[in-house]
Design a protein around this ligand. Structure first.
Ligand SMILES: [Zn+2]
Length: 303
């Protein structure tokens, strides 16, 4: 005989997956905790529990770095014309159209000009959601023009990389972008203007082999995958087991490939400080004094 009976029918278990409205919560792949989407966005896509850095869109990245999230987008209209008429599992032309429809960006980079802590600056941010953040002719041209704009306005240049490498659908034309961008960065260097490379997860292939590693400062986000070839290819080539943490930011910092590993929540402050030092501007003002009658701000002075 049972000790007690269930008098009422138990309530039905909710249908699988219907308990939480779709897209409101995200599970952190690092600590496994569920995070409310809005909390994640408010925390710059960094897990509040374990500091895992989720991928950030190029537009969010620019809004995070520019003052008051305001910037002027440069060369927004450039689009790939599929110069090789490339087809793999589907025509490249269709792939491009689908990527534009899905993400809202027209290629894998957004370039903007504006100010970062009152310092005029040009920033390019790569969009991983657009064909793996791959670098084709448009990405190369936009970054090159961004560098040219920085040179023209005597502003520092920052590129946030998030890319699987060169875009194979544009073949050798993609690879030429590596040299083209490097030459543009060389012109900035000769003009004495800072170029800072920020490496987000992942930064690999031809992007690592060119502008992502050419910064006066190379700054990475924590635990970002950074490399040229993938670990499996390297293991098969050298026939050796690779060390723990190989191709992650912290490992590369230790080996001297990077200058800093910076938590995303501190990135803007670190960039502001370093840009001011590099441009010979006064240190950031924490508490602004009342403006002296209509005087020019200090950073507008000739440097
Ligand atoms: Zn976490």
């Amino acid at each position: 005989m049972a000790w007690f009976k269930k008098a009422r029918k138990p309530i039905d278990a909710p249908a699988k997956g219907s308990r939480v409205p779709e897209g409101l919560w995200v599970k952190c792949p690092s600590c496994g905790k569920a995070i409310y989407n809005k909390d994640l966005a408010a925390n710059l896509q960094v897990c509040p529990k374990c500091a895992h850095h989720f991928r950030m869109s190029a537009a969010d990245r620019l809004r995070m770095l520019f003052d008051h999230a305001q910037f002027t987008e440069l060369d927004a209209g450039l689009r790939s014309i599929d110069p090789l008429h490339f087809t793999d599992t589907k025509p490249y032309r269709d792939r491009l159209a689908a990527a534009v429809r899905a993400g809202g960006t027209r290629d894998a980079v957004i370039v903007g000009s504006g100010t970062l802590d009152d310092v005029p600056v040009v920033i390019a941010a790569m969009e991983y959601a657009f064909i793996g953040g791959s670098m084709g002719v448009v990405v190369g041209e936009k970054i090159t023009r961004g560098a040219a704009r920085a040179l023209e306005t005597r502003a520092p240049f920052i590129v946030v990389s998030c890319s699987g490498g060169a875009r194979m659908m544009e073949g050798a034309l993609s690879l030429m972008q590596m040299a083209k961008i490097s030459a543009a960065l060389g012109r900035l260097d000769r003009a004495g203007l800072p170029y800072i490379a920020v490496l987000a997860d992942p930064t690999t292939g031809g992007v690592t082999a060119s502008f992502a590693m050419l910064g006066d400062l190379n700054i990475a986000e924590p635990k970002a995958l950074i490399g040229f070839a993938g670990p499996r290819v390297i293991e098969q080539t050298i026939r050796q087991k690779l060390p723990e943490g190989f191709q992650r930011s912290e490992f590369l910092l230790e080996k001297g490939f990077l200058d800093l590993v910076v938590d995303r929540r501190e990135l803007k402050a670190i960039l502001a400080r370093t840009l001011r030092i590099m441009m010979g501007l006064p240190a950031p003002v924490i508490v602004r004094a009342e403006p002296a009658a209509e005087s020019e701000p200090a950073e507008a002075a000739e440097s």
